[in-house]
Design a protein around this ligand. Structure first.
Ligand code: FAD
Length: 445
């Protein structure tokens, strides 16, 4: 049955025990408190996008798949510019720029030339903005849909990730397509059955492709741990006309069924290690973008809350910087055009996974699936787009010393990045809870 993991993770110099201690004691309490802040609680997402790959056949009928969205007015600070991704700046920055530009009028400029110049530069600016948006989109590992007309805000605290009952052919088609079409494998398990990928095959893959597979598999592990730790244990009647209320909690049997090596052809210890691996990947991205993230405003319109959020960010990043054994992405995509092609392929495969999320047939699973892929995609963008590679960064995994002003993440990307990391952190913590439950069960009565 499930045993505590020990030892090396593979593809990095870190081991499981180091992460267990670091996460459970230092990161977990900080990140959980951080994502409960208003800035991180509201996620803008389009859950109505059509599946681009097959007819949407399987709307989940279970009430636990349902999502409560918010009106814009319910989002703190919305009227003061919360939705500032549309203008890409918080009101404070915008106002100071406006003030600046009116002060910058050059007293002795030729008004005719000035007019001509401004016309050209306005047109240029428009074109350049379009080019920049195009270039930025190329660097993205995800399809962003927060600017779609159908995008809505969701209060994540009202829609927790947990057991929904989504399973069977629809769920399997999603996982299978993800592994089949997007993990660089032309052929999955030849028996066309589970598991989709055998870890014995991974040793033949290059590092980059292995990292890709392990990140996806780690995400899969995390999702499944959450549904085990917040399982529907029972339903109770709460009132005459009210629908029954679910009681949610850990289900050890369900956990063991999923992660018992004897039930998974010995694969499940690797799936669990992949969770630690993707955790390490996202933590390194947070460290790498740390100096930038420290300078974000985290604007919600409430100065006290925003200051607390900035303080909590600095505190958590400080702890992350102190981690002794960060993932070292500098050993990936080295070489000439071949490496560049591989990187482009890597990005395209990941984008495809973000599109597959629109095919998930349960809104709650889709919400968290989209958030976590966007979070991972943002981490990959930080690690591999080159924008955060500072010449004075210590690529052994520590802190870039300077913050470059042209680096910019959208609000949704930041919200997704931290929440995705919080989910992984929570999964690692939940593993500890299951271990405790298991040893309590084994103790003689
Ligand atoms: P699945 O998890 O469907 O896995 C299929 C097969 O993949 C397994 O038999 C195994 O061989 C292999 N596999 C399993 N884990 C791994 C791994 N970590 N790495 C590599 N291979 C693996 N359900 C909920 O209740 N709540 C949710 O919030 C939720 N979110 C979801 C989000 C997405 C994007 C998807 C696709 C599904 C989600 N589900 C959710 C469904 C859930 O993940 C399972 O698909 C479902 O519970 C059925 O489980 P299963 O035992 O058939 O195996």
């Amino acid at each position: 049955c499930f045993e505590k993991l020990h030892g090396a993770l593979g593809d990095c110099s870190c081991n499981v025990d180091t992460i267990d201690y670091f996460n459970n004691v230092k990161i977990f309490p900080r990140i959980q408190s951080l994502v409960s802040k208003d800035y991180f609680r509201f996620y803008k997402v389009n859950l109505k996008k059509e599946c681009p790959f097959w007819a949407d056949d399987s709307r989940c009928a279970m009430k636990y798949c349902h999502i409560k969205t918010c009106s814009k007015e319910q989002v703190p600070g919305y009227e003061n510019g919360y939705d500032n991704d549309l203008i890409d700046e918080s009101p404070a920055t915008k106002y100071s720029k406006e003030a600046q530009s009116s002060c910058n009028d050059d007293a002795d400029h030729n008004p005719h030339l000035g007019y001509l110049n401004m016309t050209i530069s306005a047109a240029n600016q428009f074109e350049i903005a379009k080019w920049k948006a195009y270039d930025d989109a190329l660097e993205n590992f995800c399809e962003c849909d927060d600017r779609d007309a159908d995008a809505e805000y969701v209060d994540l605290s009202l829609n927790p990730e947990r057991y929904t009952g989504y399973k069977g052919p629809s769920a399997h088609r999603i996982w299978r397509s993800i592994y089949q079409e997007n993990c660089f494998r032309s052929k999955l398990n030849p028996y066309e059955s589970f598991p989709y990928v055998l870890s014995s095959d991974l040793s033949n893959m290059c590092l980059e492709k292995r990292v890709f597979y392990r990140a996806i598999s780690g995400l899969h592990t995390s999702i499944n741990i959450h549904l085990c730790s917040k399982y529907l244990l029972s339903e109770k009647t709460v009132g005459f006309a009210a629908p029954p209320e679910g009681e949610w909690g850990p289900n050890l049997e369900e956990f063991q069924r999923r992660f018992d090596p004897s039930q998974t052809l010995g694969e499940s210890p690797n799936w669990l290690k992949n969770l630690y691996f993707v955790y390490l990947l996202e933590m390194r991205a947070l460290a790498k973008a740390g100096p930038y993230l420290e300078h974000e405003e985290y604007f919600t319109g409430n100065p006290t809350e925003d200051e607390e959020t900035r303080g909590a960010i600095r505190n958590m990043l400080g702890v992350i910087y102190s981690f002794p054994d960060h993932f070292n992405e500098s050993s990936m995509f080295i070489g000439g055009s071949q490496a560049l092609n591989l990187k482009n392929e890597f990005r395209e495969h990941f984008r495809n996974i973000s599109r597959i999320m629109d095919c998930v047939g349960c809104d709650k699973c889709k919400l968290w699936g989209k958030l976590q892929t966007q979070g991972l995609g943002t981490a990959l963008k930080i690690l591999f787009s080159g924008k955060w590679n500072s010449p004075d960064s210590d690529l052994q995994g520590k802190v870039p010393l300077r913050h470059k002003s042209h680096e910019r993440l959208q609000r949704t990307e930041i919200v997704a990045l931290f929440n995705a990391f919080a989910r992984l952190s929570n999964s690692i913590r939940e593993l500890e809870n299951f271990r405790v439950m298991l040893s309590a069960q084994k103790e003689p009565k």
